[in-house]
Design a protein around this ligand. Sequence first.
Ligand SMILES: Nc1ncnc2c1ncn2[C@@H]1O[C@H](COP(=O)(O)OP(=O)(O)O)[C@@H](O)[C@H]1O
Ligand SMILES: O=c1ccn([C@@H]2O[C@H](COP(=O)(O)O)[C@@H](O)[C@H]2O)c(=O)[nH]1
Length: 307
Amino acid sequence: MQDLKQPDSLRLPNGDASAGEEVKSPFLIGVAGGTASGKSTVCKKIMEQLGQAEMDHTQRQVVAISQDSFYRELTPAEKAKAQKGLFNFDHPDAFNEELMFATLQNILKGHKVEIPSYDYRTNSLDFENMLVIYPADVVLFEGILVFYFPKIRDLFHMKLFVDTDSDTRLARRVPRDINERGRDLDAVLTQYMTFVKPAFEEFCSPTKKFADVIIPRGADNTVAIDLIVQHIRDFLNNRSRHGSTGNMALYMNLELNAPVAGFAGPDGDDGSGNGTYNAIRRFSTLCKELNMQGNFFFATNKNLPHH
Ligand SMILES: Nc1ncnc2c1ncn2[C@@H]1O[C@H](COP(=O)(O)OP(=O)(O)O)[C@@H](O)[C@H]1O
Ligand SMILES: O=c1ccn([C@@H]2O[C@H](COP(=O)(O)O)[C@@H](O)[C@H]2O)c(=O)[nH]1
């Protein structure tokens, strides 16, 4: 059974900002799932429901980042293979793990970071179109293998897995790759059968076990999305009431071992230990709600009280 923990960055009282400067150490949510399972759509819906999508980038409290910005640069020989659909973009070696790790660490320290966008038509990073990620309260990091690398997996405060059946995913991937990623039908199907499907089974699907929350049917699962949104909203309200260094992980019941002195939750917790109990209650209530809805699965968490 996994052990949900709180990364050091959230324990730091003030990150690495200069004295007096407020640091936003975000609540980091990993969103994994097979290709075309709906990871970006789920993130988009969460952002929209929180009123973040139409907001200026510099002002957003919630931001979403794609793992695709961390594909490693290909050698000319690999590029030639990729153009013929003969490069395996679904293998962990296709990613720059170190850069991904360093970037997430910087994000957790409350730094502004710049990452390239990804151009699927040329199979390359697009440094002309850099994405600026401003410090935010909640960061969603989505991709097929976000839970594959242990040290990256350990950075997440919460892990979601979007679980959509493979027929639906293939049926979505084919038109998307043809219409949006400049591919032809033969290439899409060959790539899928040669690389995408075997790699999903070998590398992506096994990471489902690390998820705290599994979302069947992705963006169609409005109940799951509403509940996740409601809880993010609660964090944001809590943080705006208690400052950006407010301990979101405790509020979310992800660190139950040590009460944090000075933490005051919405129920008037004072850090004496009752705050922890109240956090457990809130999280436990969420689990119960989700179980009752029956279309959402919460992985067993040894931290949760049993009712
Ligand atoms: N619930 C859904 N119903 C219908 N189409 C969907 C749904 N979710 C996603 N799609 C479509 O499927 C494709 C893949 O979705 P996307 O969110 O980009 O998946 P991922 O990020 O997991 O690759 C996109 O064209 C998207 O518009
Ligand atoms: O140049 C590339 C890079 C990636 N891919 C495919 O993209 C998916 C991952 O993106 P999703 O949005 O999660 O589908 C992965 O399965 C790669 O096969 C590509 O085709 N070309």
